[in-house]
Design a protein around this ligand. Structure first.
Ligand code: UD1
Length: 335
């Protein structure tokens, strides 16, 4: 029974990963102070896996409380570290909050790991570290550009901290995670006002917003709108489980892109949502959003050859699950 510590295990990607860990035979232990998620995700995990999950309501930057968890639990086989703030916009307004929390929590975690003979860590990184790429698709050796935001800078700093530490690490550079578990029992419960495209599409479809504003249609892309690589969160979750199994056999430092390798425009994404859910959403064309990247999508050859991981789920399936989650949230909010 391999015990895995999952920080941020009640969050969007964390909760999906906890479910996949259990399915694969690992025993996840969650640390989450619910500062930007809901207890609802813990309940959802338990419903899906059909048993209780161990959860500590602890802030990862609190060294004393973190030490207590490590002392109580004994040795972990590995750690998956999700706990971090994730709003690009907020990070520009309040950079200190992001450095203190995102960098501070990794620092505390690495100290605890070292003191308790836990060697292996999987880290949530982001394709944001590539900035505006010169060559597409981006691979893991593509240059890391000056970050567009303090949020992006914390991801770069954390990757560097892992390289400078004695631990074994896998940094997973996520492209754009979307969708939810098919049960719609877990999902993105963050209190941030959504700024990502797919939650904005679903909020428009349910009537919380009047329309989607497409941020520019004058980019150098086939339909003029920006291109991204949208990855189903369940596929993404599975890449963490495979990374854990991989690092137990292959100590050292590793970095993998996790995307589909397919570039999708904003208009493609909206059309796919409409088709998959047989529902129309209002949109109009607005100004470009400052800091937006014209196009980015992943080269996933490395993750495929090393982890035998490949995205399985289609964009349609992701859009259906995103819509189911929005409808479920509405029911929960009303009850
Ligand atoms: C953003 C962050 C990235 C972060 C990721 C987390 C920026 C510049 N980048 O990525 O660092 O890792 O979220 O999920 O904020 N769009 C619209 N209208 C909207 C919302 C979005 O047209 O109302 C477009 C955007 O211009 C973009 C695409 O949809 O082309 C995706 O946007 P979004 O979901 O915010 O993700 P990213 O910008 O790729």
């Amino acid at each position: 029974m391999k015990k895995i510590l999952v920080t941020g295990g009640a969050g969007y990607i964390g909760s999906h990963t906890v479910v996949e860990l259990v399915k694969t035979g690992y025993t996840p232990i969650i640390i989450d102070n619910l500062c930007n998620t809901s207890k609802q995700n813990i309940n959802g995990i338990e419903k899906i896996i059909g048993k209780k999950v161990k959860w500590y309501n602890v802030n990862c930057t609190d060294k004393i409380a973190m030490e207590k968890v490590f002392l109580k639990e004994g040795r972990f086989e590995g750690v998956i570290h999700f706990a971090a703030y994730k709003s690009v916009e907020e990070s520009v307004q309040n950079p200190k909050k992001y450095y203190d929390n995102n960098v501070g929590s990794l620092e505390v975690l690495l100290q605890c790991m070292q003191g308790h003979k836990t060697q292996n860590i999987i880290f949530s990184s982001s394709c944001t570290i590539y900035g505006m790429p010169d060559i597409l698709p981006v691979n893991e050796n593509s240059p890391s550009k000056t970050a567009e935001s303090p949020y992006g800078e914390t991801k770069q700093l954390c990757e560097k901290m892992l390289l400078d530490n004695t631990c074994n690490s896998v940094a997973l550079r996520y492209f754009n995670p979307i969708g939810s578990h098919k049960s719609a029992l877990i999902g993105d419960c963050s209190s941030d006002k959504p700024s990502n495209l797919v939650p904005i599409i679903t909020e428009t479809a349910i009537g919380k917003r009047e329309k989607i504003i497409i941020f520019g249609n004058d980019y150098n892309t086939p339909d003029g709108t920006c291109i991204r690589d949208y990855i189903h969160v369940v596929d993404l979750a599975k890449s963490h489980v495979l990374s854990m199994s991989f690092i137990l056999k292959n100590p050292g430092k590793h970095t993998f892109n996790v995307g589909t390798g397919i570039g999708i425009s904003v208009l493609d994404a909206i059309n796919t949502f409409e088709k998959a859910n047989k529902i129309k959403v209002n949109y109009s064309i607005g100004q470009r959003r400052s800091g937006d990247i014209e196009k980015i999508y992943a080269n996933c050859n490395l993750v495929k050859s090393e982890l035998a991981w490949e995205a399985q789920k289609s964009l349609e399936e992701a859009m259906r699950s995103a819509w189911n989650w929005e409808k479920r949230k509405e029911i929960n909010e009303k009850s």
